[in-house]
Design a protein around this ligand. Structure first.
Ligand code: PA5
Length: 430
């Protein structure tokens, strides 16, 4: 279970009367699935409903991929890739020593990036995990077509069929139809779990397992989260407590921005995942906090001045672990030309912790309060639990705000404009 604490004087003036009045009803509405978008609450107990057979199927497929290929191209965008990438980078880091490469593609329309990925993969023995719930999203569909061509060109159609793994809807969509026709191995994205909540389904589980991460420990973390964050009383539920505080910081203290912060650079994608989770769930009807992200101390050398001294618009939500995954020690140097001998023998994690304490004090003493969400270690179990903590917080926070957490009507407008410009059939007169 995560530990949630509040830092800074802005919290002292928050009045919780609204939470006392509405909080229990909102918690009940989530549990009993009676609120707006209630047909997308499958994530509430999805992990508990996963059978050993489902898990074994994913684990065995991942094992097969790891043993038969040098790389996996994960083709997906938004909720269909962010969670997996967040978990893989946070736990395995940027340079895992097992030699198996995971490459993300179909998350952009950049021709330069896509061209380079194709070039890079043309020198590898690679498999594809194409992930799309709708099966029609432009970015992954284009990337998938390109990578499939590459596989067919290099090895032939039969080989390509066996190297493609599709994660999509149970019954509908272009990807599902193609998978059935071509005989790809498929995994199902449940109807009642939306993209940004889908990291705990095969959307996240297959790539995470392919990275060599223990998905059973991850699922256990999620399952424990189902109990850890279920209390209806926000004072006894860290997820609802955090959600209530961020809501009040916005509504009463008038902060417009929540900055997710980590002190581990390989956790940056967790913040990207969080930005999607909250911004897409809450940014409706002219409402909501804007979620931003920062990696400290890196960004203290770019945004630090603004946070300390600029307009007082943001509060921080810091994800902090008490133990690093790996560590290094600063060596002693006889000449001490760099004057660093005062740190000789110190672990880098010790220095990072001191930076954290110093920064927390500096920012909260100024005008940026901070939520701190602490876990022991960034491993599969704790990350599964942390993801679930944020699922609960998002649902509660969006209902407090009075919006449906599970739809995203606003993202369709640019697509419709783009399809018209591109001449997609059916969009000519829109
Ligand atoms: O959370 C969401 O719903 C979105 O981010 C989707 O996951 C994203 O747009 C990709 O959609 P799809 O999985 O249908 O390709």
């Amino acid at each position: 279970m995560v530990t949630y604490t509040r830092h800074g004087k802005a919290f002292d003036s928050l009045d919780f009367i609204e939470i006392e009045e509405r909080g229990q009803d909102i918690a009940k509405m989530i549990e009993e699935r009676t609120g707006a978008g209630n047909d997308f609450l499958g994530w509430l107990d999805y992990a508990s409903r996963l059978t050993e057979r489902d898990i074994e199927d994913i684990a065995k497929t991942a094992d097969y991929i790891r043993h038969n290929y040098d790389a996996l191209a994960v083709v997906g965008i938004g909720g269909s890739y962010l969670g997996a990438r967040a978990a893989i980078e946070a736990i395995k880091g940027f340079f895992p020593d097992d030699g198996f490469e995971i490459i993300y593609v179909g998350n952009t329309l950049s021709s330069t990036y896509t061209n380079q990925v194709i070039n890079h993969l043309s020198r590898k023995k690679f498999a594809i995990n194409v992930i799309s719930k709708s099966g029609t999203t432009t970015e992954p569909a284009v990337a998938f077509r390109l990578l499939k061509e590459l596989l067919i060109e290099k090895y032939g159609k039969e080989y390509a069929r066996k190297a493609i793994f599709a994660t999509t809807d149970r019954a509908k969509g272009a990807l599902k139809s193609e998978a059935v026709k071509e005989g790809y191995k498929t995994f199902v994205i449940p109807d009642d779990v939306g993209g940004r909540f889908s990291v705990i389904t095969p959307v996240g589980l297959l790539p995470i397992a392919c990275a060599g991460i223990d998905i059973r420990a991850f699922i256990k973390g999620v399952r424990d989260g189902e109990k850890d964050y279920s209390d209806h009383d926000y004072k006894k539920n860290p997820a609802y407590n955090y959600a209530a505080n961020r809501y009040l910081l916005h509504k009463q203290a008038k902060f417009s921005t929540e900055m997710f912060v980590s002190y581990e650079i390989q956790e940056k994608m967790i913040e990207e995942w969080l930005k999607q989770l909250f911004d897409e769930s809450e940014g409706k009807d002219g409402k909501a906090l804007l979620c931003a992200s920062g990696v400290f101390t890196t960004d203290l050398h770019s945004m630090g001045q603004f946070i300390q001294d600029g307009s007082p618009v943001l509060f921080e939500t810091i994800i902090k672990e008490t133990q690093p995954i790996l560590d290094v020690t600063v060596p002693s140097d006889v000449d001490n030309l760099d004057n660093l001998n005062y740190l000789a023998g110190r672990k880098l994690s010790y220095i990072n912790d001191k930076a954290y304490i110093a920064t927390l004090d500096a920012h909260t003493s100024s005008h940026s309060p901070a939520n701190v969400i602490e876990i022991e270690k960034m491993d599969a179990y704790n990350l599964g639990n942390l993801f679930y903590f944020f699922f609960r917080a998002t649902a509660y926070s969006a209902y407090l705000l009075g919006v449906n957490p599970f739809n995203q009507p606003g993202v369709e407008i640019y697509k419709s404009n783009m399809f018209k410009l591109l001449g997609k059939p059916g969009y000519e007169n829109k």
